[in-house]
Design a binder for this molecule. Structure first.
Ligand code: GDP
Length: 298
């Protein structure tokens, strides 16, 4: 059994590679939930749905959000009716979200997701990090913003001074899953808003320390491949580089994969982490994804 800690863009790219070279039924994917919230009346667990769609081979892998070739009739109709629709949710994607919202009236999030992944024919387990709701706030130069206000309304432009999220309990079985896995993979996800919320759950860091943990850096040179990870790292006082990511993960990481571009950082990072591998981490196509997956699983 292998455990993977995931957000909703970089790690799903790696998961596309892993599932092609390794038995998908052997994977337990623990997914960030701090960005989950209600939009236009439905519960949006964006990272979880991205992981589900990735495993079901229907992900829109241009945007890493929603289902490929989806239509937007409901979105357009809602906008005409004056509904703000902060998120542009596709019709098929909305069906997943409506069903999750209905299931959650009866079940916890983990059970709702498990019902959905089975219906989608997904063999890997997809486990929300928590069944509890967490509020995430970004402290910025224009005030405290809700995560999606910062991300979508303000397009990550304001200067960031810090991130706050309410602490939540881990969902059932996470600690056992981490403890019983042969290895834990931390994909190239935003360390501050995707990975640390999982690591900071009660008991998780200790469980990681007792296991073999491999991570892929989401930073190349001095910036992330995409998204606000750099801004968030800087706001927390970390250097925006693979060295900065290593200093976040150093207490529990055994092997760290950094990009070819950052070869000269290897020696310095080795002062924090035992084994540092230099490889191509830029996943442009399925060959890159499978090659990186091979290095991660080795
Ligand atoms: P989010 O939930 O949408 O923020 O997604 P994640 O946290 O899973 O992923 C965002 C991170 O993925 C960003 O910090 C990117 O730098 C990283 N990322 C995206 N594509 C790649 C890639 O091809 N290679 C690597 N190494 N990192 C990537």
């Amino acid at each position: 059994m292998i455990a993977v800690l995931s957000g909703g863009t970089g790690t799903p790219k790696l998961i596309q590679g892993i599932k092609n070279i390794h038995d998908p039924s052997d994977l337990n994917i623990i997914v960030n939930t701090v960005e989950n919230d209600y939009f236009s009346g439905v519960y949006v667990a964006a990272d979880i749905d991205t992981v589900l769609y990735t495993l079901a081979d229907v992900i829109n892998d241009e945007t890493w959000y929603g289902i490929k070739n989806d239509t937007f009739l409901t979105n357009e109709s809602l906008k005409k009716l004056g509904c703000p629709e902060l998120l542009r949710i596709g019709d098929k994607d909305r069906a997943t979200k409506i069903q999750k919202t209905i299931l959650m009236k009866k079940y916890g999030l983990s059970q709702a997701v498990d019902i959905q992944r089975k219906k989608m024919g997904i063999k890997s387990k997809v486990i929300p990090m928590s069944d509890e709701h967490s509020d995430i706030t970004v402290k910025t130069s224009i005030g405290h913003l809700k995560f999606h206000e910062f991300l979508i309304e303000h397009q990550t432009k304001p200067e960031v001074f810090g991130i706050d999220y309410t602490s939540v309990k881990p969902s059932p079985n996470i600690l056992e899953i981490i403890e019983e896995s042969e290895m834990v993979i931390i994909g190239p996800s935003n360390p501050i808003t995707s990975i640390l919320p999982i690591v900071n759950l009660e008991g998780v860091e200790k469980a990681l320390k007792n296991n073999y943990v491999v991570a892929v850096s989401p930073i190349i040179g001095n910036s992330p491949f995409s998204g606000p990870a750099g801004k968030f790292m800087k706001s927390m006082g970390y250097e925006v580089s693979s060295f900065g990511v290593a200093s976040i993960y150093k207490n529990f990481l055994d092997r760290f994969i950094i990009d070819d571009v950052d070869r000269e950082l290897k020696e310095n990072i080795e002062k924090l982490i035992e084994e540092v591998i230099v490889a191509n981490t830029n996943m442009k196509n399925i060959i890159d994804k499978e090659n990186l997956a091979r290095i991660v699983l080795k």
